[in-house]
Design a protein around this ligand. Sequence first.
Ligand SMILES: [Zn+2]
Length: 442
Amino acid sequence: MPSPSSFGVTPGALTLALAFALVASLLIKFWLASRQIRHVAQHRGAVPAAFAAAVPLDAHQKAANYTIAKARFGLLNLAFSAALLMGWTLMGGLDLLNGWVLQAAQHLPATWSDSWRSMGYQLGLLTAFTLIGGVFDLPWEWYATFRLEQAFGFNRTTPATYVADLFKGLLLGLLLGLPIAALILWLMGMAGPRWWLWAWGVWTGFQLLLMLLYPTVIAPLFNKFTPLADETLKTRVEALMQRCGFASKGLFVMDGSKRSAHGNAFFSGFGPAKRVVFFDTLLNKLQPGEVEAVLAHELGHFKHKHITKRMAFMFAASLGGFALLGWLASWPGFYLGLGVQPNLGAPNDALALLLFLMVVPVFGFFVTPVFAQLSRRDEFQADAFACAHARSQDLRSALLKLHEDNAGTLTPDPVYARFYYSHPPASERLGALPGANTGAPA
Ligand SMILES: [Zn+2]
């Protein structure tokens, strides 16, 4: 395969492309966020006419304050992440870390073979990078949970739960992440120029395994799942699933209230391991008919194969990603252009993986509105399905309640919503339900 240099691409061109993409994405993000903040602040004074009967003014203003606070926090975090990325790449942070880890790897037992020593160094680099990144993220996550969400009454996480989650996540990351990383690094070193195809196969298999294990093995480490006990609701929900021809391995209630007041319902797992899960926070807020409508919406996603399509797309995109990495990793300019001196006496695969994972999101940002648009289309389809199989009045009131409970703004900036929103703004979403023009929301 020709390397990028055979097309006349120089390391300097890569540096420029990264700098340009980063600055352009920052400008767009700042512009969108400031539009959103301005728009929401301007409409804070009055509930939009279509919602005047259903949403009290104080709820509307709380939603405005929450939206603005989140957007401001997002702007700070954005500036910090961009600086961190520059620090890791063009300013030489990863190069420095790589030097330290290479030196530390000299102390690996002399009885180890060369390939074990190489693997030890590479896994050491990945682990060190991940841990340092985690330390940088920690204050931001802590602030979001214990200051931002707390201030608006959404946080239910105690510091003890937070710390326990941190350690469980770390342990799980080591147990699952290290073996798959080792396998991919081994393929990169051993499987020849088509390593990326093998690595993609392994990665895809790993993703499927995670989905299979998630409902019964991973999720129960963090939350309690109890079979749905409410018999009336159970009968209703089972009748709905039967009407829609949907089989699952049971209905469960999850103690979402352990961490947050936000409510949700979802399916987890796939094939025979599929479960329907309701957050306890959702069941506390909604009437049985409304729960049924929300579940019908989720069933709509299944019936329209949105989840299968999303998975198929993810797998295709990761194939493209691996192929691109396979192409870039053997080109010295890939490392030099991103601020790292490639190793001479050690493999460069871990470096290539890290650089790739850092840089791809910068370029990927520009396709955000395409995916947001596709996702909103899916939401409309699922709503239509829900209205065909449950009462549209119930869906309407459930959506309004959830919107209010999550302090979602009723007046987002239209451009911001077009760009980012995975779900249609409430006015468009409720406006598309049958009977939308027949009066005020129930
Ligand atoms: Zn949905």
